[in-house]
Design a protein around this ligand. Structure first.
Ligand code: PLP
Ligand code: COI
Length: 345
């Protein structure tokens, strides 16, 4: 199969149309068969529930080319599961989880020419999403939905690659949306646009959200979970006492990589923002499908600039090791736990 003629090494993290998307409709209480489409636009009722009450959810995963030329994806069953959790929270029907994984395989296979080659630094981003197409005027769940998957080749989410970025803390009045951040609902992200733009305009790469109840504990950033390394070399993973951190598949995988493959000590616990201000951590990173692990060199907030001494300019040694081990598992160089890397083609 001949690959598309793209400059793979300089792709931004943005959308481009590929050959096929996947589409499946829910009507009369059941999902239709579903299948591929070459139609990349949609038409729907002016009264569709998604347009009025934001009944829409999404997922994000990637397809990779391995060193031996296979096309694989990473733990798609966990995306299927999380999408089902998001659907339940927004009163939407569950898209059957086996069907989800099959649909990912089908749409990636059909777009194999768009999967960036091994070593290019790019990947095929896979975006499953579901939204209410049925009419609603009173506030209630719709009775018709569409599930789609689009795929698009992407480069790094944070420009500058391994250069450590500076993040800031979102204002109190903007913290609440991420208080329901344990699901991937479009409305959480819509509510993060304002503080996100404000942070970008001030020169920051991202916002860090504190818990919306007490503004005391570290939650996550706008598009990624947070990882920290303490002075004793432990990997410290913030936990939310309000269950409002998105259960990142990357983070859950990295905990296993750190503990079982790299033999590190991993501590999952609520982390007070004050501990960061006190300089208790030597490295910080943002992790996620899009972010992979992006190093955070500084957090500026409340007039204080906290520097992470072991990773102020580029990834510190722990973040570097975690990132290289994870990407080697994803690209087939290192064998990961059973079932993590799923062959598509
Ligand atoms: N947190 C937020 C708010 C996100 O949008 C994402 C991206 O999906 C993540 C964390 C990372 O999750 P995952 O590793 O499953 O991609
Ligand atoms: C992902 O990592 O897949 C996400 O959904 C994050 C998003 C901000 C691009």
């Amino acid at each position: 199969m001949e690959k598309k003629d793209l400059d793979w090494g300089s792709l931004p993290f943005s959308y481009m149309k590929t050959d096929y998307s996947y589409v499946c409709n829910y009507k009369n209480g059941a999902w239709e068969e579903g299948g591929l489409t070459t139609d990349h636009s949609l038409q729907m009722s002016e009264c569709a529930g998604v347009l009025h009450y934001a009944q829409t959810i999404f997922e994000g995963l990637k397809a990779y080319t391995t060193e031996s030329g296979d096309i694989v994806c990473f733990r798609p069953d966990l995306n299927a599961q999380r999408m089902a959790d998001s659907a339940a929270r927004l009163c939407m029907p569950e898209f059957p989880q086996d069907k989800f994984v099959e649909a990912v395989k089908e749409v990636v296979t059909a777009n194999a020419a768009w999967v960036p080659p091994f070593g290019s630094g790019a990947t095929l981003y896979v975006r499953p999403y579901m939204f209410a197409t049925g009419d609603v005027i009173g506030v209630k769940p719709a009775d018709e939905y569409q599930f789609r998957i689009l795929v698009t080749p992407v480069g790094p989410y944070f420009k500058g690659g391994d250069t450590a970025v500076t993040i800031t803390v979102a204002d109190y009045d903007r913290a609440a949306p991420h208080g329901t951040g344990n699901i991937k609902a479009g409305l959480n992200y819509a509510m993060s646009l304002y503080p996100g733009e404000k942070a970008h305009a001030a020169g920051y790469a991202e916002n860090l959200y504190l818990d919306s109840m007490t503004r005391t504990y570290v939650e996550e950033t706008g598009g990624a979970n947070i990882l920290l390394v303490d002075k004793d070399g432990n990997l410290v993973v913030p936990q939310s006492f309000t269950n409002s951190i998105l259960p990142s598949i990357t983070r859950r995988s990295l905990v296993v990589v750190a503990r079982d493959i790299l033999g590190m000590n991993v501590i999952e616990r609520p982390v007070k923002f004050q501990e960061i201000l006190d300089g208790d951590f030597v490295e910080c990173g943002m992790c996620g499908t899009a972010a992979v692990i992006s190093p955070v060199g500084h957090i500026e907030a409340e007039g204080i600039d906290v520097t992470f001494p072991d990773g102020a300019e580029t990834s510190g040694p722990v973040m570097h090791k975690l990132r290289s081990t994870l990407t080697e598992i994803q690209s087939g160089k290192v064998e990961g736990p059973e079932g993590w890397v799923v062959k598509i083609l």
